[in-house]
Design a protein around this ligand. Structure first.
Ligand SMILES: Nc1ncnc2c1ncn2[C@@H]1O[C@H](COP(=O)(O)OP(=O)(O)O)[C@@H](O)[C@H]1O
Ligand SMILES: [Mg+2]
Length: 437
């Protein structure tokens, strides 16, 4: 049973009530719920409201791969159904029965369950004795109605994503509201900062196959990794992935685009899905650098990503495109936070622009970062094949990319960083001492 479901009372509190952790139910904490694998789930509800919640969960991106069907009739309907048919990977039953009757019904259900089927019970009773009896009977989870869609998704995700055996990484998709607005620059710098400050492995996957700049930006002459993977996704495994990645620093690798024009790139949405799934099983953070195009696979990557970063410049075309994009994403991702908006190249000299405040108001979305135009720093960093921070630690954008990286990783600040900060004045001194010796 997951912590999201209950704050469990002190042990030995038999007969005492369990306290539902209401506060957590409605919070959107994307890092917690991971996609649920390709399993079949059948639900038998008693209350129409619970059925609605299941329908809402079913439409969520994290359940996009599973096959979910929702029926009414509760435990008796489930028993009647499974007397005839094989059981799915997971059965969700809602029951409003009192304790003993509920247990008797579930015993009947257990008799017709095939081995390997998991059962999640949604009940209306808040009772520790019942909970223990259910666990004894092998029930995987007991949730108390009313259940919120995200709470349900999180507990299902908890059943199928064991962090010890099945590491699943975060996919962050970066797209520009227009071409040339700096989406790739933001993607690369944020990914690099993440790998440096979190000391976590990050892969930048360049899906701009014909014109991607990842190789140039990181000053690498990479193997033509990602096109090969997309061409035959079924061949991709840990070993092949390792060969196709180009290492840029201790923690950052790139899955580079071939950037040649003498071949056609027909990317299928399914191939994209499979490749990103395999990368995320092997790496905690995957930054996907999307080209500014609109195709079924771009849409799929966006809809399934854990985080979406839309980069825009403050002009009218950017505003219109960002609005369309953000509206569509909000509409399809009702259980996720909105995409993150990065305003870039703000205050470009001599260029009329829409004030950031008005831009944000029109989108009903506050930017996570507002990065100013700085042609010298960005231009020279790009020409040198360096990240902005490598080129100039003093540039204003450095801290902005660091903050963006922390926000994407759901870390506000790092205690380590604070400790390090207090050590900084000693740094040069220690260096001098070393030289003296
Ligand atoms: N804040 C900025 N100030 C100045 N130049 C920038 C800034 N951000 C990005 N650039 C430059 O703009 C150009 C386009 O950036 P790029 O990341 O390739 O855009 P996109 O991926 O959106 O097409 C690059 O030359 C990059 O160095
Ligand atoms: Mg780009």
């Amino acid at each position: 049973m997951s912590k999201q479901a209950y704050l469990v009372a002190e042990d030995g509190a038999i007969g005492q009530e369990l306290v539902p952790a209401q506060a957590e139910v409605h919070d959107i904490v994307p890092a917690k719920a991971r996609p649920i694998p390709r399993i079949s789930i059948q639900a038998f509800c008693e209350d129409a409201k619970t059925a609605e919640v299941l329908q809402a969960a079913r439409a969520d991106r994290r359940l996009a791969k599973s096959h979910v069907s929702v029926h009414m009739g509760g435990a008796p309907a489930a028993v009647a159904h499974y007397l005839e048919s094989p059981t799915p990977n997971l059965i969700i039953v809602e029951t409003t029965l009192p304790r003993n009757q509920m247990l008797a019904e579930l015993d009947r259900l257990a008799e017709c369950c095939d081995a390997g089927t998991k059962v999640v019970v949604i009940g209306h009773m808040n009772d520790v004795v019942l909970y223990r009896e259910l666990l004894k009977r092998g029930v995987s989870e007991y949730l108390i109605a009313p259940v919120a869609p995200m709470q349900l998704i999180e507990s299902l995700s908890g059943l199928y994503n064991n962090p010890d055996t099945d590491p699943v990484g975060n996919v962050m998709a970066f797209i520009g509201a227009k071409g040339g607005v700096g989406s790739s620059t933001v993607c690369h710098n944020a990914a690099w900062a993440m790998s440096e400050i979190l000391k976590a492995d990050v892969v930048v996957a360049d899906l701009d196959l014909a014109f991607g700049t990842t190789g140039l930006d990181f000053n690498q002459d990479p193997v033509q990794g990602i096109a090969e993977a997309l061409q035959s996704p079924e061949r991709l495994d840990e070993v092949l992935l390792d060969r196709l990645l180009t290492k840029c620093s201790e923690r950052l690798s790139i899955f580079a685009a071939p950037v040649v024009l003498d071949r056609d790139y027909d990317i299928s949405a399914d191939a994209c899905d499979i490749v990103l799934d395999i990368v995320r099983q092997n790496v905690p953070f995957v930054a996907v650098d999307l080209p500014h195009t609109w195709t079924p696979w771009v849409k799929r990557v966006l809809l399934h990503a854990d985080e979406i970063i839309v980069t825009a410049m403050p002009d009218l075309a950017n505003l219109r495109n960002a609005k369309n994009l953000i509206d569509l994403l909000k509409q399809h991702r009702t259980n996720d936070g909105p995409p993150r908006l990065v305003m870039n190249m703000v205050k470009t000299p001599k260029r009329p622009e829409i004030p950031v405040k008005e831009f944000a108001a029109a989108l009903d979305l506050e930017p996570v970062q507002v990065i100013e135009f700085d042609s010298e720093t960005f231009g020279l960093a790009a020409n040198n094949g360096q990240m902005v921070e490598e080129y100039s630690g003093k540039a204003k954008a450095v801290q902005q990319f660091r903050d963006l990286a922390l926000a994407l990783a759901h870390r506000k600040e790092l205690k380590d960083d604070k400790k390090k900060a207090s050590l900084v004045p000693l740094g040069p001194l220690l260096e001098k001492l070393k030289f003296k010796r």
